[in-house]
Design a protein around this ligand. Structure first.
Ligand SMILES: Nc1ccn([C@@H]2O[C@H](COP(=O)(O)OP(=O)(O)O)[C@@H](O)[C@H]2O)c(=O)n1
Ligand SMILES: [Ca+2]
Length: 496
């Protein structure tokens, strides 16, 4: 009897204990969920930044990249958040006034200061890479090129970022980093599927980079990378002087040898529209190391258009020297090149020109037909059709389009069959196709050689799993407690 009374007295005391226990469990769960939500939000907000200046032959662009701080080595995480185009020409144009080269970058660097959170400034790396314009200046006048580099270095050091150097990058680097950029942005490294070849056309040089099926016969054209646990054996070549602005000069110099009139003052050009007539300086044509044979010609000439696409293509073909090749196959100028293989992304001026001419899709034959029609359109109609485009640029599209078709078909040996494998691209996602992103990823070691150990589940999923699991354990405890209480009561009743 005494025992029974004791149990009956104890039982009511279980109720408040149970309520307190439930409240504590609920509080624990709410705390865990809140912490996980706040923690995830904190991670998402933590970004790091990097700045790369692309000092091209025609102009300089400043790119700002951003990536989540905790996910530095996950491919596909870095994206371009801001671009600033420096006013004026490229840094190589400041050869006679080098101090102005550094000053020209100020506006865009001030903009970068505004765009990047102040707390991140000291750890944000800044890289300046100069390409073919500076390679040519170095060939012509090394002292001037050093002064220009010193001027941009001085200017960039004044900013609160972490300046990592200003240098002229090699043609091979320009090609290989362009390839890394397009494949990183297409997520091809993580998927370990096929890769995209890279075709870059600048004003002073052009690059071709891809993974060939054939053996690479020349050491100068080989670059090896180990990325995310895969080996990549790349073919790359950069043709100095084969950017579109330098080839225009080469081609004008070539024409000046046989198309000048008796007074040596009018140069007739099939690559310019009929009715185009412009006074130009010979200095502007011959003052480049790319034009080797400098003729003694008058200071000025009249550049007159003939608007003849077939003749234009014939004249452009003359800049490709196919007379010698010491390998099994060559592109031109005696440069080894295996057969083009797989899909290609063609960017920079390849895209700008082909997009303007509406040639980014369709067959090679369509492209030639359209070019024939475009080049034969009189200049006055072209000016009327595109009133907003500067005449200097507008007048050159017939030449540039013809050069691109000729370079791809007769230089790199693309055919009507694999023409569709060339995709003319400006951006992939938010980021421009070009060498800058690949350059930064390489210098910051952001693409590891080996694939990092992948956690079983993403961080958010892991937190959610732990919360649910804890919940489940508490629920089981609770059910066990209820079951225990019921069985104790039943046992007591049985005893009664
Ligand atoms: N909207 C644009 C921007 C650039 N471009 C051309 O794209 C080329 C870019 O070359 P770049 O300055 O990067 O020269 P490189 O140092 O790469 O040879 C130049 O020929 C520009 O005139 C264009 O055709 N349309
Ligand atoms: Ca370029």
């Amino acid at each position: 009897m005494d025992e029974q009374r004791e149990v009956q007295v104890k039982n009511p005391c279980h109720r408040p204990v149970f309520l307190i226990l439930t409240a504590v469990i609920a509080a624990v769960i709410i705390t865990v969920v809140s912490i996980s939500v706040v923690q995830n939000k904190h991670i998402l907000q933590k970004y790091k930044y990097g700045i790369v200046l692309d000092a091209g032959s025609s102009h300089t662009s400043v790119y700002i990249y951003e990536w989540p701080a905790e996910k530095e080595n996950n491919t596909g995480m870095v994206r371009q958040t801001h671009t600033c185009h420096v006013k004026g020409k490229g840094i190589s144009s400041y050869s006679t006034i080098p101090e102005k080269a550094g000053m020209s970058l100020q506006e865009c660097m001030e903009e970068a200061k505004q765009k990047i959170p102040v707390a991140r400034h000291p750890e944000t790396p800044v890289y300046l890479g100069a390409t073919a314009g500076m390679r040519l200046l170095k060939m012509d006048n090394e002292d001037a090129s050093n002064k220009v580099l010193a001027s941009v270095t001085n200017s960039l050091k004044k900013y609160p970022f972490s300046f990592q150097g200003a240098r002229i990058i090699l043609g091979q680097e320009e090609g290989a980093f362009g390839w890394i950029t397009v494949n990183y942005l297409s997520d091809n490294f993580r998927k370990a599927m096929g890769t995209l070849g890279a075709l870059d056309l600048g004003g002073a040089s052009t690059q071709i980079t891809f993974i060939p099926k054939q053996e690479i016969e020349s050491q100068d054209n080989t670059i090896d990378f180990r990325l995310y646990g895969n080996d990549y054996h790349l073919y790359t070549h950069s043709f100095l002087c084969f950017g579109k602005d330098q080839v225009l000069r080469l081609s004008l110099a070539e024409k000046s040898r046989y198309t000048l009139d008796k007074n040596n003052s009018t140069l007739s050009d099939p690559c310019f529209h009929t009715g185009y007539n412009s006074s130009k300086k010979y200095m502007d044509v011959f003052d480049t190391p790319c034009v080797k044979e400098k003729s003694a010609l008058p200071k000025d000439f009249i550049h007159v258009g003939l608007g003849d696409w077939a003749e234009c293509q014939n004249s452009v073909k003359k800049v490709f020297d196919a007379s010698h090749c010491r390998y099994s196959t060559c592109s031109f100028d005696g440069v080894f090149q295996p057969s083009v293989e797989g899909k290609f992304g063609a960017f920079s001026a390849f895209y700008f020109v082909m997009d303007f001419l509406n040639l980014t899709s369709g067959t090679l034959e369509d492209a030639k037909l359209k070019m024939r029609r475009y080049c034969s359109t009189p200049w006055k109609d072209i000016v009327q059709r595109y009133p907003k485009i500067l005449e200097k640029y507008l007048s050159e599209y017939c030449f540039s389009g013809t050069y691109i078709l000729t370079l791809l078909e007769h230089g790199y040996k693309f055919t009507s069959n694999n023409w569709k494998d060339i995709q003319f691209i400006k951006k992939i996602g938010d980021s421009d196709a070009g060498w800058t992103l690949g350059y930064m990823l390489n210098l910051t070691n952001m693409i590891p050689a080996e694939a990092p150990d992948v956690p079983l589940m993403p961080h958010g999923g892991y937190v959610s799993f732990m919360v649910l699991f804890t919940l489940l354990v508490f629920l089981l405890f609770f059910l066990a407690f209820l079951y225990y209480r019921r069985s104790t009561r039943t046992a007591q009743k049985d005893i009664i």
